[in-house]
Design a protein around this ligand. Sequence first.
Ligand code: ADP
Ligand code: MG
Length: 557
Amino acid sequence: MTQEIGGFAALGLHSNILAALTAVGYEEPSPIQSQAIPVILSGQDMIGQAQTGTGKTAAFALPILSKIDPAKREPQALILAPTRELALQVATAFETYSKQMPGLNVVAVYGGAPMGPQLKAIRQGAQVIVATPGRLVDHLRRDEKVLSTIQYLVLDEADEMLKLGFMDDLEVIFEAMPESRQSVLFSATLPHSIRAIAEKHLREPQHIKIAAKTQTVSRIEQAHLMIHADQKTNAVLRLLEVEEFDALIAFVRTKQATLDLAAALEAKGFKAAALNGDIAQNQRERVIESLKDGRLDIVVATDVAARGIDVPRITHVFNVDMPYDPESYVHRIGRTGRAGRDGRALLLVTPRERRMLQVIERVTGQKVGEVKLPNAQQVLDARIKKLTNSLAPLVADAEASHGDLLDRLTADIGCSPRALAAALLKKATNGQALDLASVEREQPLVPGVGGAPRERRERDGERSGEPRERRAPMPLAEGRARCRTALGARDGIAAKNLLGAILNEGGLAREAIGRIQIRESFSLVELPEEGLERLLGKLKDTRVAGKPLKLRRYRED
Ligand code: ADP
Ligand code: MG
Protein backbone atom coordinates (compact mmCIF):
# COMPACT_ATOMS: atom_id res chain seq x y z
CA MET A 1 0.00 0.00 0.00
CA THR A 2 1.33 3.40 -0.96
CA GLN A 3 0.96 4.68 2.54
CA GLU A 4 3.50 2.16 3.81
CA ILE A 5 5.95 2.35 0.96
CA GLY A 6 5.81 5.97 2.05
CA GLY A 7 7.96 4.78 4.94
CA PHE A 8 10.78 4.25 2.47
CA ALA A 9 9.72 7.05 0.13
CA ALA A 10 10.03 9.61 2.90
CA LEU A 11 13.72 8.78 3.25
CA GLY A 12 14.68 10.38 -0.06
CA LEU A 13 15.65 7.27 -2.03
CA HIS A 14 15.71 7.26 -5.83
CA SER A 15 12.42 6.32 -7.48
CA ASN A 16 14.05 3.34 -9.22
CA ILE A 17 15.04 1.96 -5.86
CA LEU A 18 11.57 2.47 -4.44
CA ALA A 19 10.16 0.57 -7.40
CA ALA A 20 12.50 -2.35 -6.69
CA LEU A 21 11.48 -2.33 -3.02
CA THR A 22 7.84 -2.57 -3.93
CA ALA A 23 8.75 -5.59 -6.03
CA VAL A 24 10.61 -7.38 -3.19
CA GLY A 25 7.76 -6.59 -0.84
CA TYR A 26 9.45 -4.65 1.95
CA GLU A 27 6.77 -2.60 3.61
CA GLU A 28 8.66 -0.30 5.88
CA PRO A 29 12.24 0.44 6.82
CA SER A 30 13.72 -1.32 9.83
CA PRO A 31 15.06 0.98 12.59
CA ILE A 32 18.67 0.86 11.37
CA GLN A 33 17.42 1.58 7.86
CA SER A 34 15.37 4.62 8.80
CA GLN A 35 18.30 6.05 10.71
CA ALA A 36 21.19 5.19 8.41
CA ILE A 37 19.66 5.90 5.00
CA PRO A 38 19.31 9.70 5.41
CA VAL A 39 22.83 9.96 6.84
CA ILE A 40 24.40 8.00 3.99
CA LEU A 41 22.36 9.92 1.41
CA SER A 42 23.65 13.16 2.92
CA GLY A 43 27.21 12.12 2.18
CA GLN A 44 28.41 11.92 5.77
CA ASP A 45 30.67 9.19 7.08
CA MET A 46 28.90 6.91 9.50
CA ILE A 47 29.32 4.13 12.05
CA GLY A 48 26.29 1.90 12.42
CA GLN A 49 25.98 -0.48 15.31
CA ALA A 50 23.25 -3.12 15.17
CA GLN A 51 22.78 -6.83 15.63
CA THR A 52 22.63 -9.44 12.90
CA GLY A 53 19.30 -9.62 11.14
CA THR A 54 18.37 -5.98 11.59
CA GLY A 55 18.53 -5.19 7.86
CA LYS A 56 21.95 -3.60 7.59
CA THR A 57 22.51 -4.62 3.96
CA ALA A 58 19.61 -2.54 2.69
CA ALA A 59 20.60 0.23 5.12
CA PHE A 60 23.73 0.86 3.05
CA ALA A 61 22.81 -0.65 -0.33
CA LEU A 62 19.70 1.46 -0.90
CA PRO A 63 21.27 4.91 -0.36
CA ILE A 64 24.46 3.97 -2.20
CA LEU A 65 22.51 2.70 -5.22
CA SER A 66 20.48 5.91 -5.10
CA LYS A 67 23.68 7.92 -5.44
CA ILE A 68 25.51 5.83 -8.02
CA ASP A 69 25.52 7.01 -11.62
CA PRO A 70 24.88 3.93 -13.77
CA ALA A 71 25.95 5.83 -16.89
CA LYS A 72 29.51 6.02 -15.54
CA ARG A 73 31.08 2.69 -16.24
CA GLU A 74 33.68 2.55 -13.48
CA PRO A 75 33.79 1.20 -9.93
CA GLN A 76 32.02 3.67 -7.63
CA ALA A 77 31.18 1.66 -4.54
CA LEU A 78 33.23 -0.90 -2.64
CA ILE A 79 31.65 -3.11 -0.03
CA LEU A 80 33.98 -5.22 2.09
CA ALA A 81 32.59 -8.31 3.79
CA PRO A 82 34.40 -10.84 5.99
CA THR A 83 33.55 -14.04 4.10
CA ARG A 84 32.77 -15.29 0.66
CA GLU A 85 29.22 -16.22 1.71
CA LEU A 86 28.51 -12.76 3.09
CA ALA A 87 30.05 -11.12 0.03
CA LEU A 88 27.80 -13.17 -2.22
CA GLN A 89 24.76 -12.35 -0.09
CA VAL A 90 25.49 -8.65 -0.27
CA ALA A 91 26.15 -8.82 -4.02
CA THR A 92 22.82 -10.57 -4.53
CA ALA A 93 21.06 -7.94 -2.44
CA PHE A 94 22.59 -5.17 -4.57
CA GLU A 95 21.38 -6.95 -7.69
CA THR A 96 17.87 -7.27 -6.27
CA TYR A 97 17.65 -3.63 -5.21
CA SER A 98 19.02 -2.41 -8.56
CA LYS A 99 16.60 -4.38 -10.74
CA GLN A 100 15.13 -1.14 -12.06
CA MET A 101 18.52 0.47 -12.76
CA PRO A 102 19.54 -0.52 -16.27
CA GLY A 103 23.28 -0.49 -16.81
CA LEU A 104 24.13 -1.13 -13.19
CA ASN A 105 26.55 -4.02 -12.66
CA VAL A 106 27.75 -5.71 -9.51
CA VAL A 107 30.83 -7.89 -9.22
CA ALA A 108 31.63 -10.19 -6.32
CA VAL A 109 35.32 -10.61 -5.62
CA TYR A 110 36.37 -13.45 -3.33
CA GLY A 111 38.96 -16.15 -3.00
CA GLY A 112 38.62 -19.67 -4.31
CA ALA A 113 37.44 -18.52 -7.74
CA PRO A 114 39.65 -17.52 -10.68
CA MET A 115 40.85 -13.92 -10.63
CA GLY A 116 40.62 -13.30 -14.37
CA PRO A 117 36.83 -13.02 -14.74
CA GLN A 118 36.62 -10.88 -11.59
CA LEU A 119 39.17 -8.42 -12.91
CA LYS A 120 37.48 -8.40 -16.30
CA ALA A 121 34.13 -7.50 -14.72
CA ILE A 122 35.78 -4.66 -12.81
CA ARG A 123 37.47 -3.34 -15.93
CA GLN A 124 34.27 -3.58 -17.93
CA GLY A 125 32.80 -1.05 -15.57
CA ALA A 126 30.96 -2.79 -12.73
CA GLN A 127 29.90 0.14 -10.54
CA VAL A 128 29.66 -1.95 -7.36
CA ILE A 129 32.42 -4.22 -6.09
CA VAL A 130 31.59 -6.51 -3.19
CA ALA A 131 34.78 -8.12 -1.95
CA THR A 132 36.54 -10.02 0.77
CA PRO A 133 39.65 -8.10 1.80
CA GLY A 134 42.17 -10.86 1.07
CA ARG A 135 41.21 -11.38 -2.54
CA LEU A 136 40.86 -7.66 -3.16
CA VAL A 137 44.44 -7.14 -2.06
CA ASP A 138 45.51 -9.81 -4.56
CA HIS A 139 43.83 -7.76 -7.28
CA LEU A 140 45.50 -4.60 -6.06
CA ARG A 141 48.87 -6.30 -6.39
CA ARG A 142 48.14 -6.94 -10.05
CA ASP A 143 46.60 -3.56 -10.71
CA GLU A 144 46.99 -0.84 -8.12
CA LYS A 145 44.45 1.35 -9.95
CA VAL A 146 41.35 -0.85 -9.53
CA LEU A 147 40.03 1.22 -6.62
CA SER A 148 41.07 4.65 -7.85
CA THR A 149 37.51 5.72 -8.73
CA ILE A 150 35.77 4.53 -5.55
CA GLN A 151 33.46 7.15 -3.99
CA TYR A 152 31.64 5.02 -1.43
CA LEU A 153 33.18 2.49 0.90
CA VAL A 154 31.30 0.18 3.26
CA LEU A 155 32.92 -2.09 5.83
CA ASP A 156 30.23 -4.64 6.61
CA GLU A 157 30.59 -6.69 9.80
CA ALA A 158 33.81 -4.86 10.58
CA ASP A 159 34.31 -6.70 13.87
CA GLU A 160 34.18 -10.04 12.08
CA MET A 161 36.72 -8.84 9.52
CA LEU A 162 39.16 -7.95 12.24
CA LYS A 163 38.58 -11.26 14.00
CA LEU A 164 39.52 -12.97 10.76
CA GLY A 165 42.80 -11.08 10.70
CA PHE A 166 42.12 -8.68 7.83
CA MET A 167 43.57 -5.65 9.58
CA ASP A 168 46.65 -5.35 7.36
CA ASP A 169 44.66 -5.96 4.20
CA LEU A 170 42.26 -3.20 5.19
CA GLU A 171 45.15 -0.76 5.50
CA VAL A 172 46.33 -1.63 1.99
CA ILE A 173 42.79 -1.15 0.65
CA PHE A 174 42.28 2.20 2.40
CA GLU A 175 45.50 3.48 0.81
CA ALA A 176 44.32 2.50 -2.69
CA MET A 177 41.15 4.62 -2.59
CA PRO A 178 40.69 8.36 -3.09
CA GLU A 179 40.60 10.27 0.18
CA SER A 180 37.52 12.15 -0.92
CA ARG A 181 35.38 9.00 -0.65
CA GLN A 182 32.54 8.55 1.81
CA SER A 183 33.11 5.75 4.33
CA VAL A 184 30.54 3.79 6.28
CA LEU A 185 31.27 1.12 8.85
CA PHE A 186 28.81 -1.44 10.22
CA SER A 187 29.54 -3.61 13.20
CA ALA A 188 27.63 -5.46 15.87
CA THR A 189 30.23 -4.50 18.46
CA LEU A 190 32.70 -1.64 18.66
CA PRO A 191 35.88 -2.92 20.26
CA HIS A 192 38.89 -0.66 20.55
CA SER A 193 40.40 -1.90 17.27
CA ILE A 194 37.32 -0.79 15.32
CA ARG A 195 37.28 2.60 16.99
CA ALA A 196 40.92 2.99 16.01
CA ILE A 197 40.14 2.28 12.37
CA ALA A 198 37.26 4.74 12.44
CA GLU A 199 39.46 7.35 14.03
CA LYS A 200 42.08 6.96 11.36
CA HIS A 201 40.05 6.46 8.20
CA LEU A 202 36.61 7.99 8.71
CA ARG A 203 35.86 11.69 8.74
CA GLU A 204 33.76 12.88 11.65
CA PRO A 205 31.50 9.86 11.40
CA GLN A 206 27.98 10.07 12.71
CA HIS A 207 27.38 7.26 15.18
CA ILE A 208 24.11 5.38 14.92
CA LYS A 209 23.24 2.77 17.45
CA ILE A 210 20.09 0.74 17.61
CA ALA A 211 19.71 0.54 21.34
CA ALA A 212 17.32 -1.85 22.93
CA LYS A 213 14.94 -0.56 25.57
CA THR A 214 13.75 -2.74 28.40
CA GLN A 215 10.30 -4.18 27.86
CA THR A 216 7.90 -6.17 29.91
CA VAL A 217 5.91 -9.16 28.83
CA SER A 218 3.61 -11.15 31.02
CA ARG A 219 1.29 -14.11 30.88
CA ILE A 220 2.90 -15.24 27.67
CA GLU A 221 4.76 -18.49 27.56
CA GLN A 222 7.72 -18.05 25.23
CA ALA A 223 9.90 -20.56 23.44
CA HIS A 224 12.25 -20.70 20.50
CA LEU A 225 13.15 -23.31 17.94
CA MET A 226 16.44 -23.43 16.04
CA ILE A 227 15.83 -24.06 12.36
CA HIS A 228 17.38 -23.44 8.95
CA ALA A 229 15.60 -20.80 6.93
CA ASP A 230 14.58 -23.15 4.15
CA GLN A 231 12.91 -25.52 6.61
CA LYS A 232 10.61 -22.97 8.21
CA THR A 233 7.43 -23.95 6.37
CA ASN A 234 7.90 -27.63 7.18
CA ALA A 235 8.60 -26.74 10.79
CA VAL A 236 5.48 -24.60 11.08
CA LEU A 237 3.32 -27.35 9.62
CA ARG A 238 4.69 -29.86 12.06
CA LEU A 239 4.37 -27.57 15.06
CA LEU A 240 0.75 -26.88 14.17
CA GLU A 241 0.02 -30.58 14.41
CA VAL A 242 0.84 -30.65 18.11
CA GLU A 243 0.10 -27.13 19.33
CA GLU A 244 -3.41 -26.82 20.69
CA PHE A 245 -4.32 -23.40 19.42
CA ASP A 246 -7.53 -21.54 19.02
CA ALA A 247 -6.44 -18.74 16.72
CA LEU A 248 -2.89 -18.01 15.69
CA ILE A 249 -1.01 -15.20 14.09
CA ALA A 250 2.22 -15.94 12.22
CA PHE A 251 4.64 -13.08 11.55
CA VAL A 252 6.87 -12.94 8.49
CA ARG A 253 8.91 -10.17 6.91
CA THR A 254 7.62 -9.77 3.40
CA LYS A 255 4.35 -9.74 1.50
CA GLN A 256 5.50 -12.65 -0.58
CA ALA A 257 6.18 -14.66 2.57
CA THR A 258 2.65 -13.95 3.85
CA LEU A 259 1.23 -15.32 0.59
CA ASP A 260 3.54 -18.35 0.45
CA LEU A 261 3.00 -19.47 4.01
CA ALA A 262 -0.77 -18.86 3.94
CA ALA A 263 -0.98 -20.93 0.76
CA ALA A 264 1.04 -23.77 2.30
CA LEU A 265 -1.25 -23.77 5.35
CA GLU A 266 -4.41 -23.72 3.28
CA ALA A 267 -3.11 -26.62 1.24
CA LYS A 268 -2.88 -28.60 4.48
CA GLY A 269 -6.48 -27.78 5.32
CA PHE A 270 -5.97 -24.93 7.76
CA LYS A 271 -8.30 -21.96 7.59
CA ALA A 272 -5.55 -19.46 6.90
CA ALA A 273 -5.19 -16.12 5.14
CA ALA A 274 -2.46 -13.60 4.38
CA LEU A 275 -2.49 -10.08 5.71
CA ASN A 276 -0.07 -7.58 4.22
CA GLY A 277 0.18 -3.95 3.26
CA ASP A 278 -0.97 -4.63 -0.31
CA ILE A 279 -4.35 -5.74 0.89
CA ALA A 280 -6.94 -2.97 0.84
CA GLN A 281 -8.11 -1.68 4.20
CA ASN A 282 -11.66 -3.00 3.94
CA GLN A 283 -10.39 -6.43 2.93
CA ARG A 284 -8.00 -6.40 5.88
CA GLU A 285 -10.86 -5.64 8.21
CA ARG A 286 -12.75 -8.58 6.75
CA VAL A 287 -9.80 -10.88 7.43
CA ILE A 288 -9.64 -9.73 11.04
CA GLU A 289 -13.39 -10.16 11.45
CA SER A 290 -13.07 -13.71 10.12
CA LEU A 291 -10.32 -14.42 12.60
CA LYS A 292 -12.54 -13.11 15.39
CA ASP A 293 -15.55 -15.22 14.53
CA GLY A 294 -13.68 -18.41 13.62
CA ARG A 295 -14.07 -18.45 9.86
CA LEU A 296 -10.29 -18.16 9.92
CA ASP A 297 -7.90 -19.69 12.45
CA ILE A 298 -4.55 -18.50 11.18
CA VAL A 299 -3.44 -15.16 9.82
CA VAL A 300 0.02 -14.80 8.30
CA ALA A 301 0.98 -11.16 8.60
CA THR A 302 3.71 -8.60 8.25
CA ASP A 303 4.30 -6.26 11.17
CA VAL A 304 2.70 -3.36 9.38
CA ALA A 305 -0.47 -5.23 8.49
CA ALA A 306 -0.91 -6.70 11.97
CA ARG A 307 -0.72 -3.40 13.74
CA GLY A 308 -3.55 -2.94 16.18
CA ILE A 309 -5.05 -6.40 15.82
CA ASP A 310 -6.97 -7.16 18.98
CA VAL A 311 -8.56 -10.58 18.78
CA PRO A 312 -9.07 -12.31 22.14
CA ARG A 313 -9.22 -15.74 20.43
CA ILE A 314 -5.54 -15.53 19.56
CA THR A 315 -3.79 -18.11 21.74
CA HIS A 316 -0.55 -18.33 19.74
CA VAL A 317 1.93 -16.07 18.05
CA PHE A 318 4.49 -17.68 15.75
CA ASN A 319 7.45 -15.49 14.90
CA VAL A 320 8.32 -17.28 11.72
CA ASP A 321 10.74 -14.55 10.67
CA MET A 322 12.75 -12.78 13.32
CA PRO A 323 11.56 -9.29 14.28
CA TYR A 324 14.05 -6.46 13.73
CA ASP A 325 14.29 -5.49 17.36
CA PRO A 326 13.09 -6.49 20.80
CA GLU A 327 10.42 -3.80 20.79
CA SER A 328 8.73 -5.26 17.79
CA TYR A 329 9.08 -8.75 19.30
CA VAL A 330 7.26 -7.59 22.40
CA HIS A 331 4.69 -5.87 20.25
CA ARG A 332 4.10 -9.00 18.18
CA ILE A 333 3.70 -11.40 21.06
CA GLY A 334 1.36 -8.92 22.70
CA ARG A 335 -1.22 -10.00 20.07
CA THR A 336 -1.83 -12.99 22.32
CA GLY A 337 -2.53 -13.12 26.02
CA ARG A 338 -5.24 -10.50 25.48
CA ALA A 339 -7.90 -9.75 28.04
CA GLY A 340 -5.96 -11.47 30.79
CA ARG A 341 -5.82 -14.83 29.02
CA ASP A 342 -2.71 -16.92 28.68
CA GLY A 343 -0.85 -16.97 25.42
CA ARG A 344 2.02 -18.80 23.84
CA ALA A 345 4.71 -17.30 21.65
CA LEU A 346 7.14 -19.23 19.52
CA LEU A 347 10.19 -17.81 17.80
CA LEU A 348 11.95 -19.51 14.90
CA VAL A 349 15.67 -18.74 15.02
CA THR A 350 18.14 -19.44 12.22
CA PRO A 351 21.76 -20.06 13.21
CA ARG A 352 22.92 -16.57 12.34
CA GLU A 353 20.13 -15.00 14.39
CA ARG A 354 21.26 -16.47 17.70
CA ARG A 355 22.50 -13.15 18.91
CA MET A 356 19.18 -11.45 18.35
CA LEU A 357 17.62 -14.11 20.55
CA GLN A 358 20.05 -13.16 23.30
CA VAL A 359 19.20 -9.50 22.88
CA ILE A 360 15.50 -10.27 23.18
CA GLU A 361 16.13 -12.26 26.34
CA ARG A 362 18.19 -9.47 27.81
CA VAL A 363 15.73 -6.74 26.99
CA THR A 364 12.67 -8.60 28.18
CA GLY A 365 14.51 -9.99 31.19
CA GLN A 366 13.10 -13.42 30.42
CA LYS A 367 14.55 -16.64 29.22
CA VAL A 368 13.08 -17.87 25.96
CA GLY A 369 13.60 -21.61 26.35
CA GLU A 370 14.36 -23.95 23.49
CA VAL A 371 11.87 -26.44 22.10
CA LYS A 372 12.56 -29.18 19.58
CA LEU A 373 10.49 -30.09 16.60
CA PRO A 374 7.88 -32.70 17.46
CA ASN A 375 8.89 -36.13 16.22
CA ALA A 376 6.71 -38.53 14.27
CA GLN A 377 5.46 -40.22 17.46
CA GLN A 378 4.31 -36.91 18.91
CA VAL A 379 2.59 -35.98 15.66
CA LEU A 380 0.83 -39.33 15.63
CA ASP A 381 -0.26 -38.98 19.27
CA ALA A 382 -1.65 -35.52 18.55
CA ARG A 383 -3.60 -36.78 15.56
CA ILE A 384 -5.10 -39.64 17.50
CA LYS A 385 -5.99 -37.33 20.35
CA LYS A 386 -7.81 -35.01 17.95
CA LEU A 387 -9.71 -37.90 16.48
CA THR A 388 -10.61 -39.17 19.95
CA ASN A 389 -11.79 -35.74 20.99
CA SER A 390 -13.95 -35.39 17.92
CA LEU A 391 -15.58 -38.81 18.32
CA ALA A 392 -15.94 -39.11 22.09
CA PRO A 393 -18.89 -36.69 22.41
CA LEU A 394 -20.82 -38.58 19.69
CA VAL A 395 -20.61 -41.99 21.29
CA ALA A 396 -23.28 -41.25 23.91
CA ASP A 397 -26.23 -40.96 21.56
CA ALA A 398 -25.00 -42.16 18.17
CA GLU A 399 -26.06 -45.68 18.92
CA ALA A 400 -29.65 -44.57 19.49
CA SER A 401 -29.77 -42.57 16.27
CA HIS A 402 -27.57 -44.70 14.03
CA GLY A 403 -27.51 -48.15 15.66
CA ASP A 404 -30.17 -49.58 13.37
CA LEU A 405 -28.41 -48.25 10.33
CA LEU A 406 -25.24 -50.00 11.52
CA ASP A 407 -27.09 -53.32 11.79
CA ARG A 408 -28.55 -52.89 8.33
CA LEU A 409 -25.18 -51.99 6.77
CA THR A 410 -23.27 -54.83 8.39
CA ALA A 411 -25.97 -57.20 7.15
CA ASP A 412 -26.00 -55.74 3.63
CA ILE A 413 -22.24 -55.71 3.30
CA GLY A 414 -21.83 -58.92 5.22
CA CYS A 415 -19.10 -57.66 7.50
CA SER A 416 -18.46 -57.34 11.23
CA PRO A 417 -19.24 -54.10 13.09
CA ARG A 418 -15.48 -53.79 13.68
CA ALA A 419 -14.80 -53.93 9.94
CA LEU A 420 -17.49 -51.34 9.28
CA ALA A 421 -16.25 -49.04 12.05
CA ALA A 422 -12.76 -49.29 10.59
CA ALA A 423 -14.10 -48.37 7.15
CA LEU A 424 -15.88 -45.36 8.62
CA LEU A 425 -12.68 -44.27 10.37
CA LYS A 426 -10.80 -44.52 7.13
CA LYS A 427 -13.37 -42.29 5.53
CA ALA A 428 -13.50 -39.86 8.44
CA THR A 429 -9.74 -39.38 8.49
CA ASN A 430 -9.57 -38.78 4.78
CA GLY A 431 -6.68 -41.12 4.32
CA GLN A 432 -4.56 -39.25 6.89
CA ALA A 433 -1.58 -41.22 8.13
CA LEU A 434 -2.40 -42.68 11.55
CA ASP A 435 0.38 -45.13 12.20
CA LEU A 436 3.99 -44.38 12.95
CA ALA A 437 5.51 -45.65 9.73
CA SER A 438 3.13 -43.63 7.56
CA VAL A 439 3.62 -40.47 9.60
CA GLU A 440 7.37 -40.90 9.26
CA ARG A 441 7.09 -41.41 5.54
CA GLU A 442 4.79 -38.45 5.10
CA GLN A 443 6.76 -35.96 7.18
CA PRO A 444 9.44 -34.31 5.17
CA LEU A 445 12.80 -34.50 6.84
CA VAL A 446 13.32 -31.43 8.95
CA PRO A 447 16.89 -31.51 10.12
CA GLY A 448 17.75 -29.66 13.25
CA VAL A 449 20.33 -26.93 13.21
CA GLY A 450 23.94 -27.93 13.46
CA GLY A 451 24.99 -28.59 9.92
CA ALA A 452 22.45 -31.20 9.00
CA PRO A 453 21.60 -31.46 5.34
CA ARG A 454 18.86 -29.51 3.76
CA GLU A 455 17.10 -32.17 1.76
CA ARG A 456 16.29 -29.89 -1.10
CA ARG A 457 19.90 -28.91 -1.49
CA GLU A 458 21.02 -32.44 -1.35
CA ARG A 459 18.60 -33.28 -4.10
CA ASP A 460 19.71 -30.35 -6.20
CA GLY A 461 23.23 -31.58 -5.80
CA GLU A 462 24.34 -28.23 -4.43
CA ARG A 463 26.01 -29.93 -1.58
CA SER A 464 28.17 -32.94 -1.76
CA GLY A 465 29.13 -33.28 1.89
CA GLU A 466 27.88 -36.15 3.98
CA PRO A 467 24.58 -35.24 5.56
CA ARG A 468 24.47 -35.38 9.29
CA GLU A 469 21.13 -36.56 10.49
CA ARG A 470 20.27 -34.78 13.71
CA ARG A 471 16.68 -35.77 14.06
CA ALA A 472 17.53 -39.26 15.21
CA PRO A 473 20.96 -39.30 16.77
CA MET A 474 20.04 -42.63 18.32
CA PRO A 475 22.81 -44.09 20.37
CA LEU A 476 24.70 -46.82 18.57
CA ALA A 477 25.13 -50.17 20.19
CA GLU A 478 28.67 -51.06 21.15
CA GLY A 479 30.71 -52.32 18.21
CA ARG A 480 28.31 -50.97 15.63
CA ALA A 481 28.98 -48.35 12.98
CA ARG A 482 26.38 -46.35 11.14
CA CYS A 483 26.52 -46.35 7.34
CA ARG A 484 24.70 -44.32 4.79
CA THR A 485 23.51 -44.74 1.23
CA ALA A 486 22.08 -42.05 -0.99
CA LEU A 487 19.19 -44.38 -1.84
CA GLY A 488 15.97 -43.63 0.01
CA ALA A 489 12.20 -43.88 -0.11
CA ARG A 490 12.03 -41.76 -3.26
CA ASP A 491 14.12 -44.42 -5.00
CA GLY A 492 11.53 -46.98 -4.07
CA ILE A 493 13.75 -48.52 -1.40
CA ALA A 494 12.32 -50.35 1.60
CA ALA A 495 14.24 -51.73 4.58
CA LYS A 496 13.87 -55.29 3.34
CA ASN A 497 15.60 -54.43 0.03
CA LEU A 498 18.63 -53.08 1.84
CA LEU A 499 18.66 -55.95 4.27
CA GLY A 500 18.44 -58.48 1.45
CA ALA A 501 21.27 -56.91 -0.54
CA ILE A 502 23.59 -56.65 2.46
CA LEU A 503 22.86 -60.19 3.64
CA ASN A 504 23.35 -61.71 0.20
CA GLU A 505 26.35 -59.84 -1.04
CA GLY A 506 28.01 -59.04 2.26
CA GLY A 507 27.70 -62.58 3.57
CA LEU A 508 26.57 -61.39 7.00
CA ALA A 509 24.30 -63.06 9.51
CA ARG A 510 20.95 -61.35 10.07
CA GLU A 511 21.88 -60.54 13.70
CA ALA A 512 24.93 -58.62 12.51
CA ILE A 513 22.75 -55.96 10.97
CA GLY A 514 21.23 -53.39 13.30
CA ARG A 515 18.60 -50.81 12.73
CA ILE A 516 17.78 -49.63 9.22
CA GLN A 517 16.30 -46.16 8.78
CA ILE A 518 14.81 -45.21 5.43
CA ARG A 519 14.51 -41.49 4.75
CA GLU A 520 13.23 -39.68 1.72
CA SER A 521 16.58 -39.21 0.02
CA PHE A 522 18.94 -41.47 1.92
CA SER A 523 19.04 -44.39 4.35
CA LEU A 524 21.07 -45.38 7.37
CA VAL A 525 22.11 -48.89 8.29
CA GLU A 526 23.88 -50.10 11.42
CA LEU A 527 26.66 -52.59 10.69
CA PRO A 528 29.39 -54.29 12.72
CA GLU A 529 32.41 -52.03 13.28
CA GLU A 530 34.71 -54.97 13.04
CA GLY A 531 35.60 -55.75 9.45
CA LEU A 532 33.56 -52.77 8.24
CA GLU A 533 36.08 -51.66 5.61
CA ARG A 534 36.21 -55.16 4.18
CA LEU A 535 32.42 -55.40 4.15
CA LEU A 536 32.05 -52.05 2.39
CA GLY A 537 34.63 -53.28 -0.12
CA LYS A 538 32.52 -56.37 -0.80
CA LEU A 539 29.45 -54.22 -1.30
CA LYS A 540 31.32 -51.82 -3.57
CA ASP A 541 29.42 -52.74 -6.74
CA THR A 542 26.15 -53.81 -5.18
CA ARG A 543 23.00 -52.42 -6.73
CA VAL A 544 19.58 -52.13 -5.12
CA ALA A 545 16.44 -51.41 -7.11
CA GLY A 546 18.71 -50.98 -10.10
CA LYS A 547 20.82 -48.26 -8.51
CA PRO A 548 24.31 -48.34 -7.02
CA LEU A 549 24.13 -48.78 -3.25
CA LYS A 550 27.42 -46.98 -2.51
CA LEU A 551 27.31 -47.61 1.20
CA ARG A 552 29.66 -45.36 3.19
CA ARG A 553 30.57 -44.91 6.80
CA TYR A 554 28.39 -42.12 8.18
CA ARG A 555 30.07 -39.51 10.34
CA GLU A 556 27.98 -37.66 12.84
CA ASP A 557 29.65 -34.72 14.47
P1 ADP B 1 21.91 -7.92 8.74
O1 ADP B 1 22.93 -7.56 7.69
O2 ADP B 1 21.63 -6.80 9.67
O3 ADP B 1 22.24 -9.20 9.45
P2 ADP B 1 20.26 -8.40 6.47
O4 ADP B 1 20.53 -7.15 5.74
O5 ADP B 1 20.95 -9.62 6.00
O6 ADP B 1 20.53 -8.19 8.01
O7 ADP B 1 18.66 -8.60 6.47
C1 ADP B 1 18.05 -9.71 7.08
C2 ADP B 1 16.79 -10.10 6.32
O8 ADP B 1 15.77 -9.11 6.44
C3 ADP B 1 17.00 -10.29 4.84
O9 ADP B 1 16.32 -11.47 4.45
C4 ADP B 1 16.35 -9.09 4.21
O10 ADP B 1 15.85 -9.38 2.91
C5 ADP B 1 15.23 -8.77 5.17
N1 ADP B 1 14.89 -7.35 5.21
C6 ADP B 1 15.74 -6.32 5.34
N2 ADP B 1 15.08 -5.14 5.39
C7 ADP B 1 13.77 -5.44 5.29
C8 ADP B 1 12.56 -4.64 5.28
N3 ADP B 1 12.59 -3.33 5.40
N4 ADP B 1 11.38 -5.30 5.18
C9 ADP B 1 11.35 -6.65 5.07
N5 ADP B 1 12.44 -7.45 5.06
C10 ADP B 1 13.64 -6.86 5.18
MG1 MG C 1 24.73 -8.29 7.17
